[in-house]
Design a protein around this ligand. Sequence first.
Ligand code: PLP
Length: 371
Amino acid sequence: MERDELATASWLVAGGRPHGPGSPMNPPMVPSSTFQHGADRLYSRSDATTGWEAVEEVVGGLEGGTALAFSSGMAAVAAVLDHLPAGATIALPDDCYQGVAMLVDRGVDQGRWTVRHLPTADTAAWVAVLDEVDLAWLESPSNPLLAIADVPTIAGTARTSCVVAVDNTFATPLNQRPLALGADVVVHSATKFLGGHSDLLAGVAVTAPGRDDLHADLLTARSLGGATPGTLEAFLALRGTRTLALRLAAAQASAQVLAERLADHSGVDVVRHPGLPDHPGHDLAARTLDGFGSMLSFDVARGAVAAEAMCSTVRLVRHATSLGGVETSVERRAGLPGQEHLPAGLLRLSVGCEDVEDLWRDLRTALDAVA
Ligand code: PLP
């Protein structure tokens, strides 16, 4: 069935599914790098052969554009950056996934481009810079400060040559659809919420209708750069995406409860979650997002040592990097390269699908132990 016939929850389940008598219920995995001559498909680095086209159909339908699957979120990010001409200028938020900031810095060191850092929430500064930069990179909510960018205003502002790219990993296409707001391209780490089970690395870049030029360039970058996802990853990404609506609904309901309870705990200084009324981006998030998401961060009052101790005390919550899985995970982010702007005791919490009371008991017990 077509995207416009279905509500989002139905599209997540039905999109990209084989149809017709004798069809398998799921697109099969095709573990073959090459195909015998005589038809269109030849080689799995460049031809749609391994099942990734079904994930592309589903995610493209969710975001309202044309999707390309990549072997990781960073591969999708790198393809978008590689699109820039030599000497380009990039506007980058002062808080974003540190891998993106490091990749941009690397290009600066190599003399490929220059970068201007802007506060995520300073909408006027972003709008003012659009005529001066080649790429405006937005990430909202941001990782890990949960800053909110005014995507409708920034992406919706008319411009001549600047590409607006939005990393939609934290929001997911269920809570934010930047292409409909005027962005040119959306990227995801499908490793996170789309996959949802911490069992794969994958990425997606979705270009806006009318940006066939950008799509063609990203496709070339993927084929020649070799950042194509494998057949198992494509299968797992699609399988995970089927349940995105259910997982996200459960996780973000729990995140709201945990954010409120953490904010009331004497061992916690600051809680950052767009659903909290005193979060700086709350009003904008309430206006522009369809949900507040399941990510939050908080500062352990007694600082870095206590925060690390909390990470090793939790039992149900797992001490691990990454996010967006069915399991709740926590990590201290300061101290990582590119994260020097963060408070030393900041913990990032990715809320999963466990029972919220079990999660709270685990977090409270650990907090009480280190407070
Ligand atoms: N964007 C965001 C917001 C992320 O959190 C991450 C990874 O943590 C990435 C991009 C990179 O994705 P991947 O690890 O799949 O390469």
